[in-house]
Each structure stands twice: as structure tokens, then as C-alpha cells.
Design a protein around this ligand. Structure first.
Ligand code: SAM
Length: 248
């Protein structure tokens, strides 16, 4: 497990200059003769033709996923200055950038009083000022201990955008993601403050009935939400659980 030092962030650096720039990519085709597998060719074409990829680049976000969190928060309003937030499955950092902006962390005026973000991922993530990053597997007990050690009090918001690479077998992908969500939910029940929020990526069909029932027992409001910026052909959606009832 490694902890990254803090450094400066470039979010929004070009936003003013480029705000008038068109995000229209049009229908980009590949004209070079490079040998590519069909799947890498399809991936590249999809990236080149995706307006959210272009918009993320314009605004300095590290991933198009940033727009999903912006949409989720625009609907459910849980990102505020002064809160403690944990971002699970954070790399490359689009959600962490959005959270840092909303919590007013890493600004030139310094950190907003009380705001704290701890981000975790299996893979490395470039530093974001005033954000603690743990390179670790969330499913390891040691990671949970490390997270607890980095917290100065209870947690207001837990985000999980964790996803194992899709293997293409729907059932297997579903089980893998549900295991991650279950783990994140168990953790949320240990560390969330009463009234806290838990947001997690699930696959369509929403959450499993048993998990949904447990979420409803632990939170006063549970919703499913598919942001516009989530690809239409993707089965992903988000469960948003608000109003944590407290440890039982
Ligand atoms: N929210 C990110 C953003 O805005 O840039 C994108 C997250 S990406 C869809 C999913 C991430 O989950 C990957 O970076 C992957 O490494 C991470 N992940 C998957 N399983 C994990 C685990 N067991 N522990 C920690 N991170 C995990």
C-alpha cells in the first residue's frame, strides 16, 4: 500500500479559455493503416466520438466519469464544504476532482474547514492537493484498517465507483460488482455518521433484492439513478442511499 504526496491540480485550468470551444467531434473514422484488434478499434472509435470525453479534456477532468458524479450530486445534493468523504475505486480521479471542487479542497485559498477526502484504488492515481490517496485493494482487511486510521472522525459520504474489468460474461460481471458494493456497504455501516450518504455503482436490474432490503433498513431514502453521461449501452447505474439511520 502506498500513500501519495500532494501536488497541484489542473482541474478547470482551460475551462474559461475553452468554454466556447465546440465539443462536437462529429463522426470520426480511423484512416490510418495501423493493425488493431477489433475491440481496440471499437474502443478507440467510441472514445473519439464521445462528446463527454472531449468535454472532460476541455475542462481538465481526468475521466468522463466526472460528469456522472456532477449529475448525481445535482439531483441528490450531498457534496458540501466541511464534510468527510471516502472515494472507493477513485482512479484516474474524475470523481475525486469533482468532490475536491465541491468540498473546496486544494483551492488557492487553502482547504475549507473540516473538508477531508480519502481516495482508494488498486491502481495508481496522480495526486490531487489535500486528498489522501491509498493505493490498495479495498477488499483487504488491512485497507479498511488504513482507511480508519486516516479518518479524524465519522464519515459523511461514501462513494463507490469500483468495478473490476468486465469479462463479458454478464453473470460473472454482476457477481463481481455486487461483491464490491456489498463490501462498500458493510464499511459504510461501520463509519458513516447518522444522516450520511452512500453512493455505489451497480448493474442494471439495480441492486439485488437482499442488498436493497438491507439498504432500506439502514437509510431513510434509497434511489436508483442512471446519469445521462452513463453510456446508454452500459448496464451500469447508481444506487444513492441517504439518511443513514446509524449503527445498530
Ligand atoms: N470514479 C473513477 C473516476 O472518476 O475516474 C473511475 C473508476 S473506474 C470506473 C473503476 C475503478 O475501480 C478502477 O480504477 C479499479 O482499479 C477500481 N477497483 C476495482 N476493484 C477495486 C478494489 N477491490 N479496490 C480498489 N479499487 C478497485
Amino acid at each position: 500500500m502506498t500513500r501519495q504526496p500532494h501536488s497541484s491540480s489542473k482541474v478547470g485550468k482551460n475551462s474559461k479559455k475553452k468554454s466556447k470551444a465546440s465539443h462536437k467531434v462529429g463522426k470520426v473514422t480511423l484512416k490510418d493503416n495501423r493493425k488493431r484488434t477489433e475491440s481496440s478499434r471499437n474502443w478507440l472509435l467510441r472514445q473519439l466520438n464521445d462528446p463527454y470525453v472531449a468535454k472532460a479534456q476541455d475542462l481538465g477532468y481526468r475521466s468522463r466519469a466526472a460528469f456522472k458524479l456532477l449529475e448525481i450530486d445535482a439531483k441528490f445534493h450531498f457534496l458540501k464544504a466541511g464534510i468527510t468523504l471516502i472515494d472507493l475505486g477513485a482512479a484516474p480521479g474524475g470523481w475525486t476532482q469533482v468532490a475536491a471542487q465541491k468540498l473546496k479542497i486544494g483551492t488557492t485559498k487553502g482547504k475549507a474547514k473540516g473538508s477531508q477526502i480519502v481516495a482508494v484504488d488498486l491502481t495508481d492515481m496522480a495526486p490531487i492537493p489535500d486528498v489522501t490517496f491509498l493505493k490498495a485493494d479495498f477488499t483487504d482487511e488491512a485497507t479498511v484498517q488504513a482507511l480508519l486510521e486516516n479518518l479524524t472522525g465519522g464519515v459523511d459520504v461514501i462513494l463507490s465507483d469500483m468495478a473490476a474489468p468486465a469479462c463479458g460474461m454478464t453473470d460473472v460481471d454482476h457477481i463481481r460488482i455486487m461483491n464490491l458494493v456489498e463490501g462498500a456497504f458493510e464499511f459504510a455501516c461501520q463509519v458513516l455518521k447518522p444522516g450520511g450518504t452512500f453512493v455505489a455503482k451497480v448493474l442494471q436490474g439495480g441492486t439485488e433484492a437482499t442488498l436493497l432490503a438491507r439498504l432500506k433498513k439502514s437509510f431513510t431514502k434509497v434511489s436508483h439513478f442512471k446519469p445521462q453521461s452513463s453510456r446508454k449501452d452500459s448496464a451500469e447505474m447508481y444506487v444513492v442511499a441517504q439518511g443513514f439511520r446509524g449503527k445498530r
